[in-house]
Ligand binder design. Structure first.
Ligand code: NAG
Ligand code: NAG
Ligand code: NAG
Ligand code: NAG
Ligand code: NAG
Ligand code: NAG
Ligand code: NAG
Length: 722
């Protein structure tokens, strides 16, 4: 049916009048009731307006953002908020167009426009657009409510660390430092004394205004302004945005897996990673060429499979009040790393790459800062002076990545200084610090809030162009922490940022699982983490041997296994701290290397079908509702189920085996008992033997059997150090 429905008396419909219009479309449907309307997709409600519960609210407000070293204090004040409750008319064709008004501001007219594209892949896209068609007032705030039911789960929001299921909480979409502690405990309280560095459950480098719903759709909001995904209420998902217009697209597919694959592919699935990075451990080492090679030899002598040597201080270091810091001038420091070029070539012959470090900032004492400042390539203040920020003991500027000329200059510098040196990749750090009073040569192209949230994406784009221009895509591997909706189409590998070197559920090892899973359903299918965490605050917060080894055993079942010494190496347990650690570390790196054919296959699946490498159980076992709430386990590809140890002193692990056709086999024992899910089972977890199960009917069974034979419990005696 197509046509126009107009209520005779706007907003004053009589009780017995019940207008119902039904669309002829297969999926999109519209029903009008006396005091509201319902829009459904394939019978599932998406928007539901009643007199008490409008879909749209408009408002006016003011916000102060205060930046301190990447931490933002957001003081948001709403001065006006009006509800848009009154239905005026609807046009229905192959779309739904509704005009609404507010009794609180009778001049205000809102258009709600819902369209649908039926894809030929079984998925359809529903676009929801809300705009102001008439007003005499100024609005800069909006609330849009989507229908939700009580049982519904939602996941995603970019990279979240504390909650995998987002229901019950609200999540500001504002890139920032992730925070130290991220709760109200001792560590966070101490960090808060330092410019509010403690963080909170929602603070993240990679927030993203998108989510996956258990009602089998994914919703994506392209607006990059400050926005809050509000899941605190049982009957709605509310989006609050600093804007006067709103749009979202909803991807509807027959299954959750298909929905995630479709979203990942549309945003731009990550390309295949090279084999070299999947063959053992990347060692986080530093302090010059000699020391780098010393630790490499040590690891190799212990039998480790080494994929890379990652040297964050390749450009030299600088002394600050806070200790040793990397010198942010992104060129090889030949005094600190003599003959690095020769070492790189020699290592490459052994299949080992050297990785380095960079970020979008330049230290004011560096040559690159001077060159960039002279060319107008750095972001400025309102007066046009270079904007310098304090990064903890030194000042640095930010490359104006919005300016194509500056972006190209930086790309070419990276190619010249890093790719041509023979580096195999680098940590492409930061991206979250853009303050609202920082300006770009592109002027008004973006408003300050958008500029803030968009910088990580421009940084990812610049990094991707380095790979493409130099022909190194699929060979050189940069990894990033900051992100936004567009990042997954540029990034080749994410990493979870700076965890505390502890077991806390708010900022410790466990958060990296939630981070991987929430990114997986947000379009970024490959990530990894700093083994044993990063942030160290002695004597309160130092890395134990147990945490280091538990992190290693979990990292062995991820595509990229990389260590980090942490910000205070001497306070942390390291792979080289003792003989025993070295032996156990070597074994886990061998397991990682043995899995190479499987890992390669998982990356292939990601790049061709958009299937995330590490994923929540429910993507493969959607019918098993019990799997929907599993937060600290993951599927590593279709055939391995991993339940990492995340608590100190843990001797057993309870694992949820999802229910399906195939049974599960415990990885570390030769007699192959087949267990059927759904079931919770408890297994012992001695160090080096995390709870891992493989699918009985897996095509990779011979590879898993090889692991049992080489590294299983029966061979335990081999790995006990002297
Ligand atoms: C923002 O800062 C201004 C100036 O300090 C102050 O007057 C105003 O109340 C602040 N607004 C909020 C929402 O905190
Ligand atoms: C509102 O959106 C509709 C549908 O896209 C468009 O036709 C109309 O021009 C928009 N109105 C305004 C004022 O932006
Ligand atoms: C810490 O306390 C503040 C203030 O009560 C609250 O807003 C915040 O959500 C709490 N954070 C966590 C992680 O509990
Ligand atoms: C989220 O919604 C709840 C319930 O309506 C409200 O109390 C809260 O202030 C909202 N959060 C934000 C950030 O708007
Ligand atoms: C190289 O690094 C060393 C050690 O950190 C430092 O003293 C020196 O100033 C650096 N040289 C250059 C040219 O940056
Ligand atoms: C791991 O190291 C061993 C011993 O050096 C080597 O034989 C094997 O090929 C390596 N594995 C991979 C996947 O590189
Ligand atoms: C597994 O344990 C959880 C938590 O105790 C429980 O809710 C669930 O019903 C159990 N599932 C099965 C299949 O036993």
């Amino acid at each position: 049916m197509a046509g126009t429905i107009t209520s005779l008396l706007p907003g004053v419909l009589t009780l017995f009048l019940l207008l119902t219009a039904t669309l002829a479309r297969a999926k999109l449907d519209f029903k009008l009731f006396q005091d509201g309307f319902i829009i459904t997709v394939d019978g599932t409600e998406i928007l539901h307006q009643t007199a008490e519960e409008p879909v749209v609210w408009m408002g006016y407000g003011h916000t102060n953002f205060t930046e301190t070293q990447g931490n933002f204090k957001v003081e948001d004040e709403v001065l006006v908020k009006v509800e848009v409750t009154t239905f005026i008319e609807a046009t229905i064709s192959d779309f739904v167009y509704i005009i609404l008004r507010s009794y609180e501001d009778t001049d205000l007219r809102i258009g709600l426009y819902v369209t649908e594209d039926l894809g030929d892949d079984g998925c359809s896209t529903v676009n929801v657009l809300v705009n102001v068609t008439h007003t005499i007032n100024t609005y800069n705030r909006m609330w849009v409510r989507f229908y939700a039911d009580e049982e519904e789960r939602v996941w995603g929001g970019g990279e979240q660390y504390t909650y995998f299921n987002l229901r019950g909480h609200d999540f500001p979409i504002w890139t920032s430092e992730q925070g130290v502690g991220r709760d109200n405990g001792t560590i966070a309280s101490l960090a808060n004394l330092d410019g509010g560095a403690g963080g909170d459950y929602y603070t993240t480098y990679w927030p993203q205004a998108s989510f996956l719903s258990s009602r089998r759709y994914s919703l994506l909001i392209p607006d990059r302004k400050y926005l809050v995904l509000n899941f605190t209420e049982a009957t709605r998902h509310e989006v609050y945005v600093h804007d006067h217009k709103f749009s979202a697209s909803m991807v509807w597919c027959p299954s959750l897996l298909k929905t995630v694959q479709t979203v990942t592919t549309r945003l731009g699935a990550q390309p295949q990673l090279p084999d070299w990075i999947m063959t053992g451990a990347a060692l986080g080492v530093q302090r010059g060429t000699e020391e780098m090679l010393f630790y490499y030899d040590l690891a190799v002598a212990a039998g480790a499979n080494v994929s890379a040597l990652w040297i964050q201080d390749w450009s030299g270091t600088t002394e600050t009040l806070f200790g040793h810091r990397v010198f942010w001038d992104w060129r090889w420091n030949q005094t600190y790393y003599p003959d690095l070029d020769v070492a790189i070539q020699n290592l490459m012959e052994e299949g080992v790459r050297v990785m380095a470090y960079i970020n979008p900032h330049l230290v004011e004492e560096g040559d690159m800062f001077r060159e960039a400042a002279a060319s107008g390539y750095l972001m400025t203040d309102a007066e046009g002076e270079v904007y310098k920020q304090d990064f903890g003991g030194f000042l640095a500027g930010t490359v104006d990545l919005f300016n194509p000329e500056a972006n190209n200059w930086y790309r070419d510098e990276i190619i010249k200084n890093m790719v041509e040196l023979g580096l195999g990749g680098w940590m492409a750090d930061f991206g979250e610090y853009t303050a609202l009073d920082m300006y770009s040569a592109t002027g008004e192209l973006y408003d300050p809030e958008t500029r803030h949230n968009l910088l990580p994406e421009e940084w990812a784009r610049c990094t991707r162009e380095v790979l493409e221009s130099s022909g190194q895509l699929g060979e050189v591997v940069p990894f990033m922490r900051s992100g936004g909706l567009g990042s997954s189409g540029y990034q080749v590998l994410a990493w979870a940022g700076d965890q505390n070197v502890d077991w806390s559920l708010s900022d410790g090892l466990a958060t990296t699982i939630v981070a991987a899973l929430s990114l997986a359903v947000s379009g970024m299918g490959v990530t990894h983490f700093d083994i044993g965490g990063y942030t160290t605050l002695p004597p309160l917060l130092t890395r134990s041997k147990e945490l280091f080894l538990r992190s290693c055993e979990y990292a062995a079942f991820t595509p990229v296994m990389r260590t980090h010494e942490g910000n205070i190496p001497e306070a942390n347990h390291q792979f080289y701290s003792d003989e025993d650690t070295l032996t156990l570390f070597a074994r886990l790196s061998q397991i990682h290397a043995t899995l190479l054919p499987y890992t390669r296959y998982l990356l292939q699946e990601l790049s061709t079908t958009g299937t995330p490498v590490q994923r929540p159980l429910f993507l493969d076992f959607e019918e098993d509702i019990g799997s929907w709430d599993i937060e600290y386990q993951y599927l590593y590809g279709p055939d391995l189920l991993v339940a990492p140890v995340i608590h100190k002193g843990q001797e057993t692990q309870t694992v949820y085996l999802p229910g399906g056709e195939s049974g599960w086999v415990y990885l570390w024992e030769e007699e192959e008992e087949v267990l059927l899910g759904p079931a919770n089972i408890t297994v012992p977890v001695s160090l080096g033997y995390p709870a891992v199960y493989y699918r009985e009917d897996s095509l990779w069974r011979p590879l898993f059997q090889e692991i049992v034979q080489e590294f299983g419990l029966a061979k335990k005696a081999r790995w006990v150090s002297s």
